[in-house]
Design a protein around this ligand. Structure first.
Ligand code: ADP
Ligand code: ADP
Ligand code: ZN
Length: 213
């Protein structure tokens, strides 16, 4: 099963993608996580990506597409995957579609997690991330067992540089301009499913599993 998660920054794509990955035993692939791992390790890719991410802009398509295609070509992706944060532009979606076409394959579901902009800024200021293992928490809604410490790996949690209010507003604009058109793109392919992302994370997951079966 090949699944794409769509939605504004902070809509809960990552939270749901991790649960989907576990339940359906497919890898969770987050381009944001790949970029952050590269920033942490101070690679050339990381340095380039950071210059865009810090401003709330998208990393250029060419770079992002290459990374994603390399990742989905790995063996663990043979039975499918859940993409979180890719595609984010029409050109990215087109390249992915062309590559899948070559393999006589396609995306099965594009899950659109819908959350109004008003809720997003509040959600992001409470998000805490583990840059070691990619786990995500919320100080009110989904707190870690011990404040400031990742449940899964024990690393310190951080407020991401790009989760500060001004950057979040830029990211929302970028979302509306460049990513939201993907809703029409996947609707036209007959694979778009929209779920309400404002309810409890377990309720959101229930709605998703009833779609995926
Ligand atoms: P969020 O889940 O909050 O939307 P991500 O971790 O998905 O954040 O992405 C963080 C940043 O990484 C984005 O703002 C963007 O700069 C960059 N990024 C991630 N995925 C892509 C992509 N597919 N295309 C371009 N830039 C991306
Ligand atoms: P995205 O990957 O779309 O940027 P995340 O999954 O990282 O979003 O979620 C953004 C923030 O909102 C995180 O702090 C996360 O813990 C929290 N969150 C996720 N789902 C919900 C939910 N259904 N209700 C409340 N908070 C949520
Ligand atoms: Zn961790």
């Amino acid at each position: 099963m090949k699944i794409i998660m769509l939605g504004a920054p902070g809509a809960g794509k990552g939270t749901q993608a991790k649960m989907i990955a576990e339940q359906y035993k497919i890898p969770h692939i987050s381009t944001g996580d790949i970029f952050r791992a590269n920033i942490k390790n101070n690679t050339e890719l990381g340095q380039e990506a950071k210059s865009y991410m810090d401003k709330g802009q998208l990393v250029p398509d060419e770079l992002t597409v290459k990374i994603l295609l390399d990742r989905v070509a790995q063996d663990d992706c043979a039975n499918g995957y859940v993409l979180d944060g890719f595609p984010r532009t029409i050109p990215q979606a087109e390249v992915l579609e062309q590559e899948l076409n070559k393999l006589n394959d396609k995306i099965d579901y594009a899950i659109n997690v819908e959350v109004p902009d008003e809720n997003i800024v509040k959600r992001m200021s409470g998000r805490r991330a583990c840059l070691n293992c990619g786990a995500t928490y919320h100080i009110e809604h989904i707190p870690p067992k011990q404040e400031g410490i990742c449940d899964k790996c024990g690393e310190k949690l951080v407020l991401r540089d790009d989760d500060k209010e001004e950057t979040v507003k830029n990211r929302l604009n970028v979302y509306h301009e460049q990513t939201q058109p993907l809703i029409d793109f996947y609707t036209a392919r007959g694979v778009l499913k929209t779920v309400d992302g404002t309810v409890d994370m377990k309720e959101v997951f229930k709605a998703i599993t009833s779609i995926l079966g």
